[in-house]
Design a binder for this molecule. Sequence first.
Ligand code: KG4
Length: 329
Amino acid sequence: MKDIITLGIESSCDETSVSVVKNGREVLSNIIDTQIAIHEKYGGVVPEIASRNHIEAISRVTKKAIEEANITFDDIDVITPTYGPGLVGALLVGLSYGKALSFALNKPFVGVNHIEGHIAANYITYKQLKPPFLCLLISGGNTQLVHVKDYTDFEILGKTRDDAIGEAFDKIARVVGLGYPGGPKVDKLAKEGNPSYELPKTHFDNLDFSFSGIKTAVINLNHNTPNINKADLCASFQKTVTEVLIENTLEALKQINLDTIVLGGGVSSNSYIREQFLKLEKQGIKIYTPDIKLCTDNAAMIASAGYYNFISGKTDDLSLNAIPNLKLN
Ligand code: KG4
């Protein structure tokens, strides 16, 4: 069978990334131009600034991705930009660039759901991994349990009713004075602490999550406790949210009668969460955690998801618009 070369484009938030991937699994290049330093001083991503920086970066990043993959534009079989969810102005940069390339090169074009990309990061990390499996998606914009029935067939079994878990990490980092981006900083500080603070867990009678209660409890504790031990607070937060993630994930796994859990999204790079999930292997459960470099936003995962959409017969026309609140399925 002929190889299929996918050009993935990702610009949904503050990373401009372009990647060349062969047959959905082999990364020939994955260039990531991050804007973290630009947004750091504002304590979070400023949408307008993100869009402007994507515009400045996109051609340069694409050129670098093509060069590093050692191909020409002619070798590309399909162009696959993210079209949602994300910041609308930011999404429009990558999407419009992808459309323009598709038109100029006369190559097919498939819009990719960013959430599918986070799942597909695992197909790059684990060449043998195939659906079906249960995916726990934990990122800055999403927290959901997804039954991945096939490469393009998903059922959401549970989701957050308020904050995404990454938002909670970022908020807590800000409150305790660690700055942006918060998740990795909480992860690092928690290593120096003990989970000595009692924090509330929210459970529902289904598989949904809620992180606003624990977030408020951490904020109040930080505010009302003189000389609070910030490392202990971060460790307590991490331990409590991880327990909730594991409880719901195990229940979901039982409901769909599978034995494989796959993590995805930026928060799946958290060292404590990974460690606790990997402990479940002792119970005979297979655990897959994506390569750390592929956990946060990157175009390789988008190219991989784009490949699976393309070979399942999906193509889009140039009227495809960005959808900031795009859902799975
Ligand atoms: O997947 P991602 O890059 O963006 C979305 O697609 O939403 O995830 C970004 C989120 C941010 O909230 C960031 O703080 C969090 O992932 N994050 C982490 C860690 N690394 C990134 N959260 C906890 N621990 C980490 N090590």
